[in-house]
Design a protein around this ligand. Structure first.
Ligand SMILES: [Cu+2]
Length: 122
């Protein structure tokens, strides 16, 4: 009975070792998040992608101007999805979950002011 237990444990350990080898570098903690971020032009794209990378933990970021969808590959051992939203909002862009502060938003170049423009017609 004891021998059976030892064999079972050996089996479990070798299975775990095999699993961690598969991912290449130990436990794989990369995760992909995809959500909507307001923006208008190529400058917005650069700003959004730079903002989400700022501070590290992000391996890849790509914002699509046509669909307004941002796809981010990030390390879940370092960041939560909400952190991504906060970083983008801090740069003046609204996301599905976090809105940018008005002060930051108003400092964006005119062509990047993605909210309702009617209230500020010159
Ligand atoms: Cu822009």
């Amino acid at each position: 009975m004891k021998l059976y237990g030892i064999i079972l444990m050996l089996f479990v350990f070798s299975f775990a070792a095999c699993q961690s080898q598969k991912s290449g570098r130990g436990l794989d903690t990369s995760e992909v998040a995809e959500f909507e971020v307001s923006g208008l032009c190529g400058m917005c794209k650069e700003r959004i992608e730079a903002a989400v990378r700022k501070g590290g933990g992000v391996n890849d970021a790509n914002w699509n101007k046509e669909t307004s969808m941002l796809k981010v590959t990030y390390d879940i051992s370092l960041l939560k999805e909400m952190d991504l939203h906060k970083r983008i909002a801090a740069a003046g862009h609204d996301t599905e979950k976090v809105k940018a502060a008005d002060k930051v938003y108003e400092n964006l170049p005119g062509c990047c002011q993605h909210r309702d423009k009617d209230k500020e017609k010159h």
